[in-house]
Design a protein around this ligand. Structure first.
Ligand code: NAD
Ligand code: UD1
Length: 331
């Protein structure tokens, strides 16, 4: 059985569907601090399969132990964490406590029960402002906000853990920009309040909930002056986790992998692709740069292709189409 922490969340829910489709039994732990219980039934509907669910906080050690006591957990995918960059600057202690302490409790419990296979949700944010693109896993690492620092610190903790005990097998998955939704339109990204990220914001403009997108800067050194990112379909990303589980089950070590497409699209490229997907005009205006943003960020996904046997399949049209389908079905 695979334990999925944060399995009710955006990426976790899609990954649970892929794991169930691949024939794995799963258990989920989530405290719904950034998700909703309805997601669980949607995972059941899409996959046609059932699973165990524990409503609990990873900070509650006895609850985490109970899961390992009651189930034969062979590997863990660890999504649970707080993820809003701006908020992490406002409430850093909560970010460090939630993300780091919960990982320590999880790993201590895993070690106690002899489960030493772990897939961890890291982020391309650990590359900071890269000297060049595409970004390889061996590029220098540094962070600019508490959220990013939690990811980098956890990566270091997990590498140290492997050094201390070579039976551990750990995949550090560095996600680029996950967007889109399951093509059923049942699960997707549904942020509370006004979205911070580009595609959820564009979706709300398209559906008429928000009036106008602010494009943060048009004077970057990119093909049209707006920021360039490596957008990846959340279903592709989720399939990368199934490959990573297979990898950690069959090897040992602590290895980082980029999960991105290798292609960069600008903010205005996204606006155009979304307009095509929804058949509506997206109002936008050029606004000042957002502090902390970088010009370009996209992956070199070669290592994942070679070592995980994984590569992204879906293009930007499919990402926008599935995002739109989810948006209209859930507004
Ligand atoms: P999400 O917020 O949708 O999912 C995280 C889930 O974890 C939520 O369901 C939340 O309720 C749960 N959770 C948080 N803290 C918990 C705790 N202490 N105990 C139990 N459950 C807890 O986020 P997501 O977009 O699915 O991201 C999943 C992981 O991937 C996160 O670690 C995030 O930092 C990382 N990541 C996300 C992105 C992105 O763009 N979405 C990019 C890079 C990395
Ligand atoms: C952000 C996070 C990053 C996280 C990633 C996950 C910040 C600073 N970084 O990255 O840690 O891993 O999300 O998806 O928050 N944009 C606009 N208008 C908007 C929103 C965004 O023009 O209303 C632009 C941004 O300036 C950027 C691009 O769109 O150029 C993508 O932004 P966003 O979706 O927030 O992702 P990142 O900043 O890449």
């Amino acid at each position: 059985m695979i334990l999925v922490t944060g399995g009710a969340g955006f990426i976790g829910s899609h990954t649970c569907v892929e794991l169930l489709d691949a024939g794995y039994e799963i258990a989920i732990i989530d405290n719904f601090c950034n998700s909703r219980p309805e997601v669980l039934d949607k995972i059941r509907t899409i996959s046609g399969k059932d699973f165990k669910f524990y409503e609990a906080d990873l900070l509650e050690r006895d609850k985490v132990e109970q899961i390992f006591e009651e189930n034969e957990i062979e590997a863990v995918i660890h999504f649970a964490g707080l993820k809003a960059v701006g908020e992490s600057v406002q409430i850093p202690l909560q970010y460090y406590h939630n993300n780091i302490t919960s990982t320590l409790i999880l790993c201590e419990t895993m070690a106690k029960y002899g489960c030493k296979k772990l897939v961890f949700s890291s982020s391309a944010t650990v590359y900071g402002d890269p000297a060049s693109v595409p970004i390889r896993e061996d590029f220098p690492l540094h962070t600019t906000n508490p959220y990013g620092s939690t990811k980098l610190m956890i990566e270091q903790i997990l590498r140290d853990l492997y050094v201390s005990d070579n039976e551990w097998s750990i995949a550090l998955l560095r996600y680029f920009n996950p967007i889109g939704a399951h093509e059923s339109g049942l699960i997707g990204e549904n942020p509370n309040g006004i979205p911070n990220n580009l595609v959820p914001y564009v979706a709300q403009v398209a559906v008429g909930k928000l009036e106008c997108l602010s494009v943060f800067g048009d004077d970057y050194n990119t093909h049209d002056g707006t920021g360039v990112r490596d957008f990846i379909h959340v279903v592709d990303l989720s399939r990368g986790h199934v490959k990573a589980v297979e990898k950690v089950k069959s090897t040992s070590g602590a290895h980082a992998y980029n999960l991105g497409t290798g292609t960069g699209y600008s903010v205005l490229d996204i606006v155009k692709a979304y307009e095509k997907a929804c058949g509506r005009k997206i109002n936008y205006k050029i606004a000042p740069r957002r502090p902390g943003d970088i010009a370009m960020c996209y992956a070199d996904p070669e290592k994942s292709k070679k070592e995980l046997g994984w590569q992204a399949e879906y293009d930007i049209e499919k990402m926008c189409k599935d995002s739109w389908n989810f948006t209209i079905k859930n507004s």
